[in-house]
Design a protein around this ligand. Structure first.
Ligand code: ZN
Length: 551
């Protein structure tokens, strides 16, 4: 605990000043609060700033409490590859993907010796049992420390616990050095290979199995969702009117429903007790990845009743979680943000004043491009494809090519992509490597700046392509109707909300970045980290005259 450098009471006690006769009648200043004992870091997957703006007036529980704290409605996942792994990697490291190394959910390593050239962001590919589809889950790819790891380095008694609906969210927020990490794995929560499940997870999995067996008729429609209750045809089916009815025993229906987040939040609370988080003066970190909004957003889009029901449920469950922490007398600071935003399905956008939205041209699939460039240049490879990756980001050339062939293929590909009406920009890796790190407001960054913040020389593609605004890198396919991942602000902008008991609230509409979260919390916790280790800056989250960055 730190005291103000020169408080009046202190000065009086040590006799530096003579107390004026009226001192006893002066109002007592509230006692300076020490650091919080628990950081609750919540990432609501795919919770765009647009969804927050649309629904915030309807929140009455946990999200309403956060809305009374320090509200930054225009937070930025400022980089280009607005995917889950990079998004979660920025939140507690304070580092953009260009520094933290997590450039995408999957990247390609054409030189890797295993047959599977794709590398998953949260796998240890040096483990022979690991593949990009069935990974041996690990945070080895994260090149920098998370907040929880920094606290543990400062004091080994600090606990760092992460739980999420997705392994990559838990890994990127927790980091390599965690006391426990749980994520949804097939039928319930799982953890690292070779590690036994703890008491909380075992109990939670039993409860989950019961809920799945029971099935459910679905959720009541909140009144404020009624206006969204309209079917939109996509492919051979439709979305927009779902209630999450679940046949008994349907595992997938449980996963694609608000219950996944309910289970995640309930497990998080059990872990608070199992690990006695926030119970002593040594601050702990609890990272919670709520994946449901993303799963539901992909399955149903953003403007139907499904996402509306989901957000009402997130509000409610967070209210319960915070209330339970209050009951335990824990002085916690909560931060909530998202790993990326998202956009609705083009079929509904076409009805709702955004006709430019469309799905990516099948000719831009990596297979079609590889074929075309191979034919055009006459360059062939004996093993595997000529090109790897995808047109909505990193594209890699086969490791078989010699220097001259690489140049020929890269030039042909650049020309083909640049001529395509759905492509906004294409950058060569060399161009990105030579570009300076972007500075200034993320809303003003050029496309090159955005791609630079996602660029890691050892992992990024030989070329990086950018689709035009409104072009979704997702073919028509029921079960997955909308997506994210682009350089555009509907995918980059996310809310950032801080709350702590007694904190004077504020609303700051100016853009900030998710990499500002870690330095802000570090300062609040009295953790000394050289500024040069963060890409972000400390935000003064105290709306009053006190400055939370200089406590
Ligand atoms: Zn995500």
């Amino acid at each position: 605990m730190r005291f103000p450098i020169f408080s009046l009471a202190f000065a009086v006690v040590v006799g530096l000043v003579t107390a004026p006769p009226t001192l006893a009648e002066e109002p007592q200043l509230p006692e300076a609060k020490g650091p919080p004992t628990l950081v609750v870091a919540i990432a609501v997957d795919q919770f765009s700033a647009d969804l927050f703006a649309q629904y915030r007036r309807f929140f009455t529980k946990g999200l309403a409490r956060l809305g009374e704290g320090a509200v930054f409605p225009s937070g930025y996942q400022s980089h280009a590859a607005t995917e889950t792994c990079p998004g979660h990697s920025t939140i507690l490291t304070g580092a953009r993907p260009a520094r933290n190394g997590v450039i995408a959910n999957w990247w390609f390593d054409p030189k890797i010796t295993r047959g599977d050239k794709r590398v998953y962001c949260a796998e240890d590919e040096t483990d022979p049992a690991s593949t990009s589809r069935k990974p041996v889950v690990s945070a080895v790819h994260l090149k920098v420390q998370t907040l929880g790891e920094r606290l543990k380095s400062a004091n080994p008694a600090s606990r760092n616990v992460a739980v999420s609906g997705k392994d990559r969210a838990a890994m990127m927020m927790g980091g390599r050095n965690v006391d426990a990490a749980y994520w949804w794995a097939k039928k319930g929560f799982g953890t690292f290979a070779g590690t036994a499940l703890g008491k909380s997870a075992l109990e939670m999995n039993l409860k989950i199995a019961e809920r799945i067996e029971e099935g459910s008729p679905g959720f009541e429609l909140p009144a404020f969702c009624a206006a969204r209750d309209r079917a939109v045809a996509i492919g051979k089916g439709s979305v927009g009117t779902g209630r999450f009815a679940r046949p008994a025993g349907d595992l997938r229906a449980f996963q694609v429903s608000p219950l996944l987040d309910r289970a995640t939040a309930a497990l998080a609370l059990s872990l608070v007790d199992e690990f006695q988080l926030g119970r002593d003066d040594v601050p702990d970190v609890l990272s919670i990845g709520l994946s449901g909004t993303d799963i539901i957003g992909h399955a149903y889009g953003h403007q139907g009743v499904e996402i509306c029901i989901q957000l009402a449920q997130v509000d409610d469950m967070l209210g319960q979680l915070f209330g339970s922490l209050d009951q335990r007398g824990i002085d916690f600071v909560a931060v909530l943000t998202a790993d990326h935003g998202g956009i609705d399905a083009p079929e509904r956008l076409a009805q709702q004043a955004y006709p430019i939205a469309e799905r990516v041209d099948p000719d831009l699939s990596i297979e079609a491009l590889g074929q075309r460039i191979g034919n055009e240049t006459g360059v062939t490879v004996s093993k595997g494809p000529l090109l790897l990756g995808g047109v909505n980001g990193d594209i890699y050339l086969s490791a078989e090519l010699n220097a001259e062939q690489r140049k020929t293929v890269a030039m042909a590909l650049l020309a083909t992509l640049k001529a395509h009406p759905q492509i906004a920009a294409v950058f060569h890796g060399d161009e990105l490597a030579a570009a300076p790190m972007p500075v200034g407001s993320p809303q003003d960054w050029t496309l090159l700046d955005r791609a630079r913040a996602s660029y890691d020389e050892s992992r990024s593609g030989d070329l990086v392509a950018v689709l035009k605004r409104g072009v979704l890198a997702l073919p028509v396919r029921l079960g997955l109707v909308a997506t994210h991942g682009s350089v555009w602000d509907y995918d980059r902008r996310v809310p950032i909300l801080f709350w702590r008991e007694g904190l004077a609230g504020l609303e700051q509409p100016a853009p900030i970045e998710t990499v500002d979260i870690a330095p802000t919390l570090a300062s609040l916790l009295g953790l000394n980290v050289p500024e040069s280790e963060f890409d972000g800056r400390c935000l003064d989250i105290d709306g009053g005259p006190d400055d939370s960055c200089t406590q």
